[in-house]
Design a protein. Sequence first.
Length: 196
Amino acid sequence: MRLTWMLVLLVACKGGAVNTEADAELAYTGLDDMIGKAMGLGFDGFNAADSANIDEQAGTGDVSGTVAVNGQVDQGNSDNKNMRLTVALAEYSDTVLINDDEDELTVTYWTTEGSEPALDLTLRSIPDGTLEGTMSGSFDMEGDLEDTVTLELTLAGPLEADDGDDDDATRRVAGQTTITGTATTSAGTFDVNLTR
């Protein structure tokens, strides 16, 4: 993911402490790609499920670590379904470029076992309807930023059929999911309003 930032933001965040609302924005930025990965893993589990419990779906960070999604999905013949998932990170880090000089934000994230953030999605008129949902929970950080960032996000966007043998297989339309809400650290809150 490539973003344009003033170099002063990079200088401000070096040393680990989260001191400003701009640091809260950077804390979210390091998780932005992970949110898309987590939703994709949730849909992988949904499409493969033959019971209410999905098999764990796991992916990796661009730099290090893993993201794992577990949970439950609705069964039955309705074309409206719910997913109730948890998201676990272990030493997770993505490549985040924060200015035109290609300086990188180096932050590793993890979650606490038993207190994993929740990812809840409602799917309507599958396979090519809409999704609505939330992601909420806390992620610990170390590296250029050292703190905890708490996300309270709302997700919304269209669905499309996922090619395969299952007529009900579905996925989100990449680049058309609206993400709004907040990313809060000890230093302040960043208001999230993005489309991914």
